[in-house]
Design a binder for this molecule. Sequence first.
Ligand code: KE4
Length: 427
Amino acid sequence: MNNSSSKDLFEAAKKLIPGGVNSPVRAFRSVGGTPFFTEKAEGAYLYTADNTQLIDFVCTWGPAIHGHNHPEIKEAIEIALRKGTSFGTPNPYEVGMAQLIQKIVPSVDKVRMCNSGTEAAMSSIRLARGFTKRDKIIKFAGCYHGHVDSLLVQAGSGALTLGNPDSAGIPQSFADETIVVEYNNLEALEKAFKEFGSEIACIIVEPYPANCGLILPDPGYLKALRKITSENGSLLIFDEVMTGFRVALGGVQEKEGIVPDLTAMGKIIGGGLPVGAIGGKAEIMDYFAPDGPVYQAGTLSGNPLALAAGIASLNKLINDNPYALLEALGQKIKGALLDAASKKGLALQVPQVGSMFALFFTDTPVRNFNDALKSDTESFKRFFNQALKNKIYLPPSAYETCFISTAHESSAIDKAVEQLTHAIETL
Ligand code: KE4
């Protein structure tokens, strides 16, 4: 299929791969059109099978914080590759990675590596249940923690509901153990603990929900999650698969000064290769087999290539400390979008923190998933497609978050500001 167009590749893919994609969001279903196929990625750019160069604000959904195909990460992989791809035994990279995460993430004494954010979330709730000997878990409407049966559970209409499966193939009995609460709604959370407190093993939360667009916590909200879990003997799990090492070196927990009991991690710590990790307090982590009774395993967990790439990525973050730059780039994009929208009299919210931002076409601030659902997704679809025509690639869904890399700093950010402004003007 070399030198084939995206259209031909997609036709072939649809005959062999469900929906023609290996992850649903890539199918462009909510924005229409045919997804482009990427042949190569470098810095802030994707190069498609149609010989188009796009400025990329997806950054492979988070890992590419230094831009795509960074030479230092590539070199680390090449050095590891010379020694082999996988051993199935402990290897020195696992110690190196665990030392780095323990040094960087405030709440982490010990780390268990796995191969995806889904596995990290799944294993962390199993660990919480094993440690507390309780079955119920609380998640928040709009938060996504990977395709874990007990977390693919949607809220009902209320601010607090017992879960309903959010996918076919999930028994109601699995969803029955999941309580879904509205984010930023303390009253609903207190009600859940009043009703189920002694049964609740954990809260799992994206501290900055970024899978329903981007939602930021009310002042004091995250501290309240810490307080109510401690008071009820439940664990607080931060799912920092996206925010970890991105909004600050130590993630949201460093930025907000909160110490969760467990943290699910992924993306950046794999430098673009498959990775996930669970980190937390030693007394809890030691419940994982082989020391403890909670089973968790993986053939490729701690893979030397993925960890070599992740270690290089983390060391670069430690050495370069790019967070002020990433914040400035995020604010530049946010300011340009809001200026263009206000000149056009268009209702637009652009929540932004560091190198993460999202767009809600609505005139009211978005504080929870219900607010997000009220935003105008048709306008987002038109904006997405106009931006793509202007060679800017945004996440192909109104309920995702955009990512900026340090590689955007040079000409890419100015070009993107110009083209995104133009896209708003044409709406
Ligand atoms: P993975 O299993 O996809 O590595 O991670 C699951 C996951 C867990 N927790 C959070 C907070 C996440 O954002 C994710 C995955 N993020 C999506 C982007 N919204 C991945 C993109 C996709 O599904 O293709």
